[in-house]
Design a binder for this molecule. Structure first.
Ligand code: UDP
Length: 510
């Protein structure tokens, strides 16, 4: 019965790359019969989510008010998808306004069900401010980082220590993470390279990262076996369990319902892939909010022709243009390119949004040229697809570093200002996709990683994988805290001051 289930409240940041893993985790949690999920987000995202949930889903969607125009953003901005890159920092900062509204929402939930307040709140990594709210109500709080351990360990250490400012060299190490070996300044975003830590976005990011240390626990969308070093960093720094529960991935079916308009119907894409030989297709996408420069689009187009490989390319306008606007092939690709690849049947250009999971899980696809956002990484690894990394932002540079270390990736470009040459890129495509020693080894290794991931999420009693066990440990810890606070009568608002639940002591609301 719904009443006897423990409620878990979840709130992701408003970006596709954050909402997708949160929704995947919510769907996993609702399958456990003892829990129900309340999924909180701003109205525009909740509207989209309504259509993406499976019909039999019991996930409860709850709106939290947010008006983008109040923060100098275009009206009706619900998600980073629809924003130009230079407004993403403003959007991030505007999310601080959610703190008091979320506190009120939790307070309302506690009062509505004061004998059974939420068991746990799972917030986005950007909402570490919840560590100040959850204890007020005696509720267990976990941050779910949709990124990987290593990538975020490097990101966190770089932002908190700014080690590149203490050296004239282009190479440096991280003071609290020497195990991560050397970094090069080209692996820093322009913002990170230039900051002294005092500008408003740096203050936001640093406060957010320090806030992680106050959460009861950290959940990471990763797998112990492939991400030990990064997990070790956080475990050492935070001194509390950090649980790798990944990969939390959305199935192609749930995505198909997600109402996200794809530039190509999944069936058309599949039909095209069906005509291609096994392991012969390169898939190219820079995720939901990135693109490359106009000159690099040209170079990539020429490299694809030179390599002679089949390809699916999610084309987005270059930097400087609205990435959600129409892609002008006549302007941004070599003359007659679109017609030539259509006639030869060698390539598919997809505008805006592709059915990525369907593509990656097709047997014809052998490599993915990716910006290495962590969702894309997990999707590729889970399908046994080798990666060609071209990181653009955030922790993507360090994801590539980890993937090269594991032996499943070759870096082909770095950052927004690098100039990639078509002949060099074509050689790298051949290296990865042909029967070269490196290509064969990468494909062997990525299949090994795919199998490790399958094992990690195995949930059968007696042979549970590492991610399934981590999920059990997390839920048990939340239940234990609930039991202890029940014993002490410290659940509900004001629990820090040991105030009793009004239902139990008969007192009215304070
Ligand atoms: N995605 C997709 N089709 C696209 C572009 C992106 O389905 O054309 C999905 C992709 O499968 C992934 C998410 O959007 O789940 C992007 O997340 P990621 O962490 O890879 O990158 P971000 O967009 O956050 O930079």
């Amino acid at each position: 019965m719904a009443e006897s289930k423990q409620r878990i409240v979840m709130i992701p940041f408003m970006a596709q790359g954050h909402i997708i893993p949160f929704l995947a985790l919510a769907l996993q949690l609702q399958q456990r019969k003892d829990y129900m999920v309340t999924f909180v987000n701003t109205p525009l995202n909740i509207q989209e989510l309504r259509s993406s949930l499976p019909q039999d889903s019991s996930i409860h969607l709850l709106e939290i008010p947010f008006n983008s125009s109040d923060y100098g953003l275009p009206p009706n901005t619900g998600n980073t998808d629809s924003l130009p890159y230079d407004l993403i920092a403003t959007f991030l900062q505007s999310s601080l306004a959610l703190k008091p509204v979320f506190r009120k929402l939790i307070s309302d939930l506690v009062h509505e069900s004061c004998c059974q307040p939420p068991l746990c709140i799972i917030t986005d990594m950007f909402f570490s401010w919840c560590a100040e709210i959850a204890p007020e109500f005696g509720i267990f709080h976990a941050i779910f980082c949709g990124g990987g351990g290593y990538g975020f360990a490097c990101f966190s250490s770089l932002w908190l220590n700014l080690p590149h400012r203490n050296t004239d060299s282009e190479e440096f190490t991280l003071p609290d993470f020497p195990e991560a070996s050397k970094f090069h300044v080209t692996q820093l975003t322009e913002l990170l390279r230039k900051t002294d830590g005092k500008d408003s976005i740096s203050v936001f990011l640093r406060n957010m990262l320090v806030g992680w240390y106050n959460a009861d626990r950290i959940l990471m969308n990763t797998v112990e076996e492939i991400d030990k070093l990064g997990l070790m960093y956080f475990r050492k720094k935070i001194g509390r369990p950090v649980w790798p529960i990944g990969p939390a991935l959305l199935s192609a079916r749930t995505r198909a319902r997600a109402g996200k308009e794809t530039g190509i119907a999944p069936e058309v894409c599949k039909k095209w892939l069906d005509t291609k030989p096994l392991n012969s297709v390169l898939y190219i996408s820079f995720g939901s909010q990135n693109t490359v420069s106009a000159s690099n689009i040209m170079q990539l187009a020429m490299a694809l022709v030179a390599s002679g490989k089949n390809f699916i390319w999610v084309v987005r306008p270059p930097f400087g243009f609205d990435i959600n606007s129409e892609f002008k092939a006549k302007e941004w690709l070599p003359e007659g390119y679109e017609e030539r690849i259509k006639d030869s049947g060698r390539g598919l250009l997809v505008q805006k949004w592709a059915p990525q999971v369907e593509i990656l899980s097709h047997r014809s696809v052998s490599a993915f040229l990716s910006h290495c956002g962590w969702n894309s990484v997990l999707e590729a690894l889970s399908c046994g697809v080798a990666i060609m990394g071209w990181p653009q932002a955030a922790e993507q540079f360090y994801n590539v570093k980890l993937l090269e270390e594991i032996g499943v990736c070759v870096e082909v470009g770095r950052g927004k200002t690098c100039e990639v040459r078509h002949d060099v890129l074509a050689r790298k495509i051949e290296l990865v996709m042909n029967e070269t020693e490196k290509g064969i080894e990468m494909r062997r290794r990525v299949c090994e990683v795919r199998d490790m991931i399958k094992k990690a999420i195995k949930a059968e009693e007696g042979c549970k994988g590492s991610s399934a066990k981590a999920m059990d440990e997390f839920l048990n810890a939340a239940l234990l805290m609930r039991k202890e606070s029940n014993k002490m009568g410290t659940n509900g608002e004001g629990s820090n001051s040991k105030q009793l639940c009004p239902c139990r002591d008969g007192a009215g609301e304070q």
